[in-house]
Write a protein that binds this ligand. Structure first.
Ligand code: HEM
Length: 469
């Protein structure tokens, strides 16, 4: 029997109603069980199902909203967003509790709908569980080999090529149109640095091959979903409705991503078969990250989902952080012509105008180094780090943290804390003169790369990329 659209829509709403009622009952149950006899961190009052969503200060980016709430509720807060517990650390002391003292308990990554798709079902280095032996081996390979200072030094020419290509592109645009889109140029550079590192030097550059162009386009769509708040994450019982249509888009994007990344992986596999024994001997099959990952054997061997997960994670970690940071540094310099001039004078004195900056010059450029440190203080690419998570309920600073909480360390609040920073809102690179603060994170009020077992393995490369650009 044919049913009218009205009847079908009516059915959907009956299901929404039933789901909400069940969720309220379950929500109240969970709420009571979680709160009984436990000292939970302070936070805004929460209603079943929607939690404290209605009382959040609207119209701000999440890090600003959480910093505002922390002024009222304190350095450690528990927010029920929908039916999910979110714990926000807003001070250096609390950052140390989670990232150092309780590092092991909070070294997992909570899953979300979008992360399921972009990690190819939890198979990316960013989202694998910290207790998974495969994650531990992969992370060791990254830190000790792929992103080690020696390996990074070996890829110096690749970075130089990419920067030269960007400068040439800007020059050509200036000559032809008397204007150049610097933001676009830096975005392309961030992407080509990542792609070059992942796939090898032939793949980077201003003009990407067709496969790479498709990959970059799909990548950008998926990144957009990453920054959206998805109702299905906050109220999982409504996931089947996909109210914002996000999961539909993610499904289509994932199919395209798989196609594009697998084509590149297959190409690499073929390239490897064609190499002569001399080339294999000289290490030619391990020059880029993907070739090295394809050469892992035995228990280290990665399956296709894990390879794709790593490719996406590195495109995200490498390209976005660099291009956003460099853009922010330029904006700050344009606002302060005197500081800009001092930076140019330093470059003139140390490098001159006849050659480009070499990576070996960087240690002789104190002001440029401090500009980068200050940019990473005020505009870290991951203002809330990447969410951490715990499996079991545990105690932190005298408070019970519910099992399966999402833990956010708010760098925005840390880097504006007046007990650590004078005039914290000012972009003032000279604050780092005679200071021992380093980006390695020995002081918890300054941890732009995170800290501990989930801290950024690309720290050496990230810093270099900034300086070179
Ligand atoms: C200035 C540039 C960069 C900054 C500021 C930065 C910052 C961060 C931060 C804050 C995290 C999360 C730490 C946590 O959750 O505790 C992270 C994770 C990560 N970063 Fe970076 N990053 C940068 C560049 C890079 C580069 C160039 C790469 C690699 C090519 C990279 C690879 C990664 C990976 C794989 C993770 C996930 C680690 C894990 O979950 O075990 N990053 N980064």
């Amino acid at each position: 029997m044919r049913r009218t659209i009205e009847e079908m829509v009516g059915d959907v709403w009956i299901w929404v109603l039933i789901t909400m009622v069940v969720a309220v009952i379950v929500g109240v149950g969970i709420d009571k069980k979680t709160k009984r006899g436990l000292k939970l961190p302070p936070g805004p009052p929460a209603w079943p199902v929607v939690g404290c969503l209605a009382s959040l200060p609207a119209g701000h980016p999440p890090e600003v909203m959480f910093a505002k709430l922390a002024e009222k509720h304190g350095e450690l807060m528990l927010l029920w967003l929908g039916s999910k517990p979110y714990v926000v650390a807003s001070s250096a002391r609390m950052a140390m509790e989670f990232l150092k003292r309780h590092d092991q308990e909070f070294a997992n990554r909570p899953m979300s709908v979008v992360r399921e798709y972009v990690s190819f079902k939890g198979n990316s280095i960013i989202s694998m569980s910290a207790s998974d032996p495969k994650y531990q081996r992969l992370r060791r390979t990254f830190v000790m080999e792929l992103l080690s200072p020696k390996k990074i030094a070996a890829t110096r020419d690749l970075r130089k090529d990419q920067v030269l290509k960007m400068l040439r592109a800007i020059r050509e645009d200036l000559d032809a149109k008397h204007e150049a889109n610097f933001t676009e140029a830096v975005l392309t550079l961030g992407m080509s640095l990542s792609i070059g590192l992942l796939f090898g030097r032939d793949y980077g550059g201003k003009v990407f091959s067709e496969e790479i162009q498709t990959l970059v386009l799909t990548f950008k769509t998926m990144v957009k979903y990453l920054s959206m708040i998805n109702i299905s994450d906050l109220i999982p019982s409504l996931r089947w409705l996909d109210l914002q249509g996000i999961e539909r888009g993610l499904g289509l994007g994932e199919v395209q991503l798989r196609k594009s990344i697998m084509a590149l992986i297959e190409q690499k596999r073929l390239d490897k078969i064609r190499l002569s024994s001399d080339e294999i001997e000289s290490g030619a099959c391990q020059r880029d990250i993907l070739s090295k990952l394809l050469s892992l054997e035995g228990e280290d061997r990665l399956d296709d989902d894990q390879l794709m997960g790593v490719v996406f994670a590195l495109m995200l970690a490498g390209s976005d952080s660099i291009s956003r940071g460099v853009g922010r540094a330029m904006q700050e310099l344009l606002k302060q012509p005197l500081l800009h001039q001092r930076a140019l004078d330093e470059l003139d004195e140390v490098v001159g105008r006849r050659r480009l900056v070499e990576e070996s010059d960087i240690s002789s450029l104190p002001l440029i180094n401090n500009i980068i440190k200050e940019t990473l203080r005020l505009h870290p690419p991951a203002q809330l780090l990447i969410p951490h998570g715990n499996v079991e309920q545990c105690e932190v600073a005298g408070y019970h943290i519910p099992a399966r909480s999402t833990v956010l360390v708010n760098l925005y609040a840390l880097s504006r804390d007046p007990s650590f920073w004078n005039s914290p809102l000012e972009f003032a690179p000279d604050r780092f003169v005679d200071s021992n603060l380093t980006v390695q994170g020995s002081d918890f009020h300054y941890i732009p790369f995170g800290y501990g077992r989930r801290g950024c393995p690309g720290l050496n490369l990230g810093g270099l990329d900034y300086c070179t650009v």
